[in-house]
Design a protein around this ligand. Structure first.
Ligand SMILES: Cc1cc2nc3c(=O)[nH]c(=O)nc-3n(C[C@H](O)[C@H](O)[C@H](O)COP(=O)(O)OP(=O)(O)OC[C@H]3O[C@@H](n4cnc5c(N)ncnc54)[C@H](O)[C@@H]3O)c2cc1C
Ligand code: FES
Length: 279
C-alpha cells in the first residue's frame, strides 16, 4: 500500500500527488514510469515519474482525468492509499551534456518533460524549454520548468498566455531565429509529438519522443504497447518509452491508442451512473 501524502488540483482535471514509495524513489531516473493499480478490482495503468525524493521516500505523479481509473484516483485524498505501484519501469532517458537542447512539453506531458529538462541542466546542458496548453489555466508546472531551464517559452492555443499557437510553431520560430539545437525531446499528446517530429525533420535535428501506447504489464510480456519504429516492432515499455521521433509510425500508434474507445466510453458512462462493479 502506498499512502498519498500530498494532493493538489493544479489545473482543470489535472491532479498532482506525492505518494510514499521509498523503493521506487531510490531508483527513479528521468524518463521512467510506474504502473499503478488502485484496488483489487482496478486495471493497471501507467504514469510517468514527474519527481522523486530519495531521502523522504516519496514520488510525484501528475495525471489528467480521462477515464475511470484516472477519475477514481482523482477522488482519493491525502491519507488514502493506492494498492500497488510497480516501478521504476522503462529505460531512463539518455542524458548527456549538449551545448543546446530543447525540451518540449504539451499539456500533461509537461509533467514528464520536467525531470528530463532538470536532468539535462544538471548534466551541464543549456536547456531551452517550450511548454504549451489549450489555455492559460491548463498550463502546469511553469515554475518548476523555469527552474529546470535556462529559458522557458510558454504557448497557449488561444493566446491567453505567452505565444498564441502550438509548441511546434514556437520550436520552428526558435530554430529559424538561430537556435542551433543539438537535440529536441518532446512529450505530450501523440499529435503534438508527431508535429514536433515533422518540424525538426527538415533540419535533421536529433529528436526523441516519449511514447504512450496502451500498456498492461509494463514488462515486455503482453505486447499491448507494440509500436513500429524504423520498420521494426518495439515494445514501448521495455525498449522505450523514448524513441527516435523521425522513425516512429505515429499513424499506427494513434490507431492502436484509440482501439478501445467505445469500451472506455461505455465503462466511463457506467461509472458516472454510480455503478461500482468495475465493468
Ligand atoms: C509510459 C506512459 C506514461 C504515461 N504518463 C502519464 C502521466 O504522467 N500523466 C497522465 O495523465 N497520463 C499518462 N499516461 C496516460 C495514462 O496511462 C492514461 O491516461 C490512463 O491509462 C487512462 O486510464 P483511464 O482508465 O483513466 O482512462 P480510459 O478511459 O481507460 O482510457 C482513456 C485513454 O487513455 C489511454 N489508456 C487507457 N488505458 C491505458 C493503459 N493501460 N496504458 C496506457 N494508456 C492507456 C488510451 O489512449 C485511452 O483511449 C501515460 C501513458 C504511458 C504509456
Ligand atoms: S505493456 Fe506489455 S509488453 Fe509492454
Amino acid at each position: 500500500m502506498h499512502k498519498i501524502l500530498v494532493k493538489r488540483e493544479i489545473a482543470q482535471k489535472i491532479k498532482f500527488i506525492e505518494v510514499e514509495a521509498p523503493e521506487i524513489a531510490a531508483k527513479a531516473q528521468a524518463g521512467q514510469f510506474v504502473i499503478l493499480r488502485l484496488d483489487e478490482a482496478g486495471e493497471r495503468f501507467p504514469l510517468t515519474l514527474c519527481d522523486w525524493n530519495k531521502k523522504k521516500g516519496k514520488i510525484t505523479l501528475v495525471f489528467l482525468e480521462v477515464g475511470v481509473s484516472t477519475e477514481k484516483m482523482g477522488k482519493l485524498n491525502e491519507g488514502d492509499s493506492i494498492l500497488d505501484i510497480c516501478g521504476p519501469l522503462g529505460k531512463p532517458s539518455e542524458i548527456t551534456k549538449y551545448p543546446l537542447v530543447c525540451i518540449v512539453g504539451g499539456g500533461v506531458g509537461t509533467a514528464a518533460a520536467y525531470p528530463i529538462a532538470r536532468a539535462f541542466k544538471e548534466a551541464g546542458s543549456k536547456v531551452i524549454s517550450i511548454i504549451g496548453a489549450k489555455t492559460a489555466n491548463m498550463l502546469i508546472l511553469e515554475d518548476k520548468m523555469a527552474e529546470a531551464s535556462n529559458e522557458l517559452v510558454i504557448c497557449t492555443d488561444d493566446g491567453s498566455k505567452g505565444e498564441k499557437g502550438f509548441v511546434s510553431g514556437a520550436l520552428k520560430k526558435l530554430i529559424d531565429s538561430g537556435y542551433n539545437f543539438n537535440a529536441v525531446y518532446a512529450i505530450g499528446p501523440t499529435v503534438m509529438m508527431r508535429a514536433v517530429a515533422e518540424t525538426t525533420r527538415p533540419y535533421k535535428i536529433k529528436t526523441v519522443v516519449s511514447l504512450n501506447p496502451i500498456m498492461v504489464d509494463g514488462m515486455g510480456m503482453c505486447g499491448a504497447c507494440r509500436v513500429t519504429v524504423g520498420g521494426q516492432t518495439r515494445f514501448a515499455c521495455t525498449d522505450g518509452p523514448d524513441f527516435d521521433a523521425h522513425l516512429v509510425d505515429f499513424n499506427e500508434l494513434m490507431k492502436r491508442q484509440s482501439c478501445y474507445c467505445p469500451e472506455e466510453k461505455s465503462v466511463l458512462q457506467h461509472y458516472h451512473e454510480g455503478c461500482t462493479c468495475g465493468k
